[in-house]
Design a protein around this ligand. Sequence first.
Ligand code: SAM
Length: 238
Amino acid sequence: MLYIVATPIGNLEDISMRALRILGEVDLVLCEDTRNTKKLLDHYDIDTKTMSYHQHSGEGKVKEVIELLRQGKDLALVSDAGTPGISDPGGKLVARVFEEFGDKIQIESVPGPSAVTAALSISGVPTDKFVFMGFPPHKKGRYTFLKKIFESEYPVVVYESKHRIVKFLEELKSMKEDMKVIDDDKIKKKKMNLESIVVCRELSKMHETTYRGDLDNIIDKITASPDDQKGEFVVIIS
Ligand code: SAM
C-alpha cells in the first residue's frame, strides 16, 4: 500500500486523525525533507522511520521505493506542506509506482490541506470552476504563462515565492497596461478582471494576511514593508 498523505500548510493542528493513524502505522514515511517531517512526527509522538524522496531523487531512489513495495511494505508519502503532488514531487512517484505495478499496489489518498483550496476558500471569488497554474516559469515561457492568465475564462490560481511575488505582481500590472492597446472591447473586460485580485500570504500561520482589490494597492501594500514580502504566497486572479 502506498498512501499519499496531506500534511499541514502551516498550522500543525491541520492534520486529519486518519493521517496521524496512518503515519504511525506504516513501515516508512517518504518525505520531501526529513527534518521538516520529523518536526510534525515528533509533535504527535510518532516514531515511524523516515526516508527522503524529493525533487532531485533519481531513478536509484525510485527503485528503492519500488523494491520496498515489492517486499510488501506499507509506505506513506508526504511533502513539506499540503497535498503531495500539488506543485511538488509526489506526482512523479505515483506515476512510476503505477507504471511498475499497475493495479497490484493500492495507491490511496489521505486528503487534507492544500494552499490552493485554502486560498480559494477565503477568496470570495466564484470557485465552481477555476484554473490552477502552479508556479510561473522563471524565464522561458513566462510571457505565455502571463498571457494565459489574461485569457482564462475562469479564476486563475498561482503559487509564488517571497523572492518573486513583487516581480510577478508588477509583471501582471505591465501586462494589463500592454493589453490596453490591443482591443478596446477586450480591454474593458480584461481590466475588470485584473481589478479583482486576491493575494494570500502565510495561510494558517501566525502572520496570515490577505490582500484584496486593486492590483496597484496590493503592490503598494506589499512593497511598503519588508515583512509583507516574507513567507509563502498564493495569488488568485479573477
Ligand atoms: N503541495 C503544496 C500544496 O498542497 O499546496 C504546495 C507545495 S509548493 C512546493 C509550495 C508553494 O505553495 C509555496 O511557494 C506557496 O506558493 C504555496 N503555499 C504553501 N503553503 C502556503 C501557505 N501556508 N500560505 C500561502 N501559500 C502557501
